[in-house]
Design a protein around this ligand. Structure first.
Ligand code: NAD
Length: 363
């Protein structure tokens, strides 16, 4: 199959492959859409088994970013970068300087940031070669770690789901099973604990797990046992595709709201959750707080102003209104929530494309 026949490539504006002889950098940048603004999405460093695997990953992730940025109503399109390599052994400043030069050559059609395997320090290296890097700590516009804002958004979505299902404003009497208590999962546990939830937690990192469990009075279970937890809510905050044909029959929950990207192994799983009467918070909607925080950095930089937390707050409020709209429409139209969210995101992307086309014709 050629790239142009690949279903993952469909809808993409472009894919850019980079090789740097001196540092050995092998990177792919996928630009799904610039209809709403420059494409934005993090850079992942992963030891892919093949270039084909890397290509498939970057294409799926970049498309997801178009949807995430549109549903959060950000003036950003969707893109993503992957660097092929082992982030534990193959990272060095020169590699990220080369990545910065690669992104710079795209002339601002794509902005990068940190993602799995890439740290703020790595992005700071790349930033020495290009202005097209976000999620930095320094400067008056710096947005810093997006994880607390991501957790805040997931928590707000959880409260809304609870209000619908149990008609209450807190989490008293409810149990949440949290899978992965890293950056986002840890902050999320703090919110949930404060709101009265009982927590069942798991992680493969024992040190982090013990620390979070201690401060939130949570019960620890083994990684595979989380799917059998007696909990009203399941919060996937580790890996993607944990909602699949093996795990669904084991879940006892009435709602799934978590931070992980690409939670549904495939779209049919969203229909299955709907049929099981489980309220599913579409992943790219409920975890949109982090990218919103990052978008505020770009906005501040472009206007010459400072990072504005109030702008982020207004966007988060709007994102939660969109979540309500998704839940309302899912009920009214008898469709799974992920389908409704996709329709809203696609509508916003198409409207931006149409407006651009109309402006081009008028010029
Ligand atoms: P993280 O690496 O800090 O945390 C993930 C945690 O999951 C780690 O503690 C890890 O040990 C644990 N884990 C890995 N495999 C596991 C398994 N099989 N079972 C249980 N635990 C496991 O990452 P993060 O920044 O907290 O992000 C969590 C998820 O949310 C990821 O899927 C990420 O893509 C997504 N996300 C994060 C942000 C953000 O702002 N950080 C924004 C949007 C989406």
């Amino acid at each position: 199959m050629t790239l142009f026949d690949s279903p993952d490539f469909a809808g993409h504006e472009g894919v850019h492959a980079f090789f740097d002889e001196k540092t050995g950098l092998k990177a792919i940048v996928a630009v799904h859409s610039t209809a709403r603004g420059p494409a934005a999405g993090g850079c992942r460093m992963w030891n892919y088994e093949s270039a084909q695997d890397a290509l498939t990953d970057v294409l799926r992730l970049s498309r997801g970013m178009s949807y995430k940025n549109a549903i959060a109503d950000l003036d950003l399109g969707g893109g993503k970068a992957v660097i092929i390599g082992d982030s534990r052994t193959q990272k060095n400043p020169e590699l990220f300087r080369a990545f910065g030069r690669a992104v710079n050559s795209l002339g601002g059609m794509y902005y990068s940031a940190e993602d799995v395997g890439v740290s703020v320090a790595d992005i700071a290296e790349a930033r020495k070669e290009t202005p097209y890097m976000l999620g930095l700590n320094d400067g008056k516009w710096g947005s810093g770690d997006p994880s607390p804002v991501t957790a805040d958004g997931v928590y707000r979505a959880t409260l809304r789901a609870v209000k619908r299902l149990w008609k209450q404003d807190d989490l008293n009497g409810l149990t949440v099973a949290v899978q992965g208590v890293g950056h986002v999962g840890g902050y999320l546990c703090d919110h949930l604990h404060k709101a009265g939830a009982k927590l069942i937690v798991t992680d493969v990192n024992q040190a982090v797990l013990r620390e979070v469990a201690e401060r939130t009075n949570a019960t620890i279970v083994a990684p595979d046992e989380i799917y059998d937890a007696q909990a009203e809510i399941y919060a996937p905050c580790a890996l993607g595709a944990t909602l699949n044909q093996d795990t669904l029959p084991r879940l006892k929950c009435k709602a799934v709201i978590g931070a992980a990207n690409n939670q549904l192994a495939h779209p049919g799983i969203g229909q299955w959750l709907y049929d099981m009467e489980v309220l599913y918070g579409p992943d790219y909607l409920v975890n949109g707080g982090g990218i919103t925080n990052v978008a505020a950095e770009l906005k501040a930089r472009e206007s010459g102003g400072s990072f504005d937390p109030e702008w982020v707050e207004r966007k988060l409020v709007r994102l939660m209104e969109t979540f309500d709209e998704v839940l309302d429409r899912s009920e009214a139209e008898k469709r799974p929530t992920h389908e409704v969210a996709d329709a809203i995101a696609e509508g916003r992307i198409q409207a931006a494309k149409d407006a651009k086309e109309a402006a081009r014709k008028a010029a």
